[in-house]
Design a protein around this ligand. Structure first.
Ligand code: FES
Ligand code: FE
Length: 454
């Protein structure tokens, strides 16, 4: 689109993060959404699985990278491959199951069969092809450019120029280790995946979990009281709580005292964490052992979030500018006793399952933010993201861009800065090929509503 009209997109007009405002159109404009798929989802490292979901050779699951359907499969040598879930013959979806174990993926339409690496191995009535009609080697399921694993979380990218996964996560690994490596044995997903569809822009989910402690005591007040003997959300200690942002990823947390875990109302889980806390301190240091267990939430750019302590792990899968599919799992330490895992699961379902008290509160807000922001007059009014804009600090221990005070929009600003950088700059790698420009002068004077009409 932009090549055709000979201009680079100027997304900087959609936000000024130093001033602290955003343009509402990034939450509903179809053209911007399409560009996000090219510029962000096709170039980022995207979460595709936890390795515990596919432990054995032949285990697979299906998911999406942006709107591209993919299969994630464990190979006989233990490695993990990620490939398009689309047949090279006519494009049909090859695998319809959410997860399973197989030797072959066989297409429903004409019976082309692929092994778990995606290689084409045969088809129905193979004799119909003459010699030279088909090169088996070049007609497998297209594999993604790179697959990486950080302490059990498997990521993939379509971008052959992408930096290593370690570089992509950067110093955010210091924070991630609190959830992934707080006890020997690492983590696992237990139970299945819960999917629900929410009529909201995907970024509202991410920005809520990256740093919106501000909404919790208000939006979730009645839910919190109902689960906590009438007690409200605890007050935030603004002197000992922070926002930390690295490469668009973000974690908000306190450093004093246990807070998040009380929400579960499950003393057995609290006891467990308190029991392992000294060992956690040996493993991760005193500071991180205290952060883990504070009121906290986090997101990994672009579309994964989790709540340390509460143990919900989730992905906001884009399904158009005004809809996302929310996939949620329960993440636990592998070495937890089974009864504690059971308690954690109940706690997650009670709070952040689709029928959970808090999930329903949030979904309604995000849907209304999305639809109301779209009004033709409303969309031109700026949104406020300035909270705590003067509270950036240097901290001896905490990596990243750090702001003091958990009631803050700092991580949201960090997320949108990364969004802006990826939407604007080429250095993040090649994008997939675009459709050929149309003939004639159709595009030359085209002014796209919503993109250039401020
Ligand atoms: Fe898959 Fe024809 S579309 S075999
Ligand atoms: Fe919430």
């Amino acid at each position: 689109r932009f090549e055709r009209i000979g201009r680079e997109p100027d997304y900087s007009r959609y936000m000024d993060l130093k001033e602290g405002w955003l343009d509402r159109r990034i939450f509903s404009d179809a053209d911007i959404y399409e560009e996000e798929l090219y510029r962000i989802f096709a170039r980022s490292w995207l979460f595709v699985a936890h390795e515990s979901q596919i432990p054995n050779s032949g285990d697979f699951l299906t998911t999406h990278m942006g709107e591209d359907a993919v299969i994630v499969a464990r190979q006989p040598d233990g490695s993990i491959r990620v490939m398009l879930n689309s047949c090279p013959h006519r494009g049909n979806k090859v695998c319809f199951a959410d997860a399973g174990n197989t030797r072959r993926f066989v297409c429903n339409y004409h019976g082309w069969a692929f092994d778990t690496a995606g290689d084409l191995k045969g088809m129905h009535e193979e004799y119909c092809y003459d010699a030279g009609d088909i090169d088996f080697k070049n007609h497998g399921l297209k594999n993604v450019a790179k697959v990486g694993n950080y302490k059990g979380l498997v990521f993939a990218t379509f971008n052959s120029d992408a930096p290593s996964l370690e570089a992509w996560l950067g110093d955010f690994r210091w924070y991630l280790d609190m959830i992934l490596d707080n006890e020997e044995g690492g983590t696992e997903f237990i139970g299945g995946c819960i999917k629900s569809v929410i009529s909201a822009n995907w970024k509202f989910g991410v920005e809520n979990f990256i740093g919106d402690a501000y909404h919790a005591g208000w939006t979730h007040d009645s839910g919190t009281r109902s689960m906590n003997n009438g007690q409200p959300f605890p007050p935030i200690d603004m002197d000992n709580s922070y926002h930390a942002s690295v490469n668009g990823h973000g974690w908000e947390f306190g450093t004093e005292g246990v807070g998040d875990l009380f929400l579960l109302g499950r003393p057995k889980v609290m006891d467990y964490y308190n029991k392992i806390r000294p060992k956690m301190a040996e493993r991760l240091g005193e500071m991180r052992s205290k952060i883990f267990g504070s009121v906290a939430s986090a997101s990994i750019f672009p579309n994964v979030s989790f709540l340390p302590g509460i143990s919900t792990f989730r992905q906001w899968q884009p399904k158009g500018p005004m809809q996302f599919e929310l996939k949620t799992w329960v993440i636990v330490n592998k070495n937890m006793p089974d009864d504690i895992k059971e308690e954690v699961t109940k706690g997650v379902m009670q709070t952040f399952g689709p029928g959970g008290t808090f999930e329903m509160d949030d979904g309604e807000n995000w849907e209304n933010c999305t639809t109301v922001n779209r009004g033709v007059v409303t969309r031109h009014e700026r949104l406020h993201y300035r909270c705590g804009i003067g509270r950036q600090i240097e901290h001896d221990t905490l990596p990243g861009i750090v702001y003091r005070g958990q009631y803050n929009d700092a991580n949201q600003r960090g997320f949108y800065q990364r969004w802006l950088d990826m939407m604007t700059h080429d250095e993040f790698g090649k994008m997939p090929a675009r459709p050929e420009p149309q003939l004639g002068n159709v595009g030359e004077t085209r002014n796209l509503p919503g993109l250039f009409a401020l």
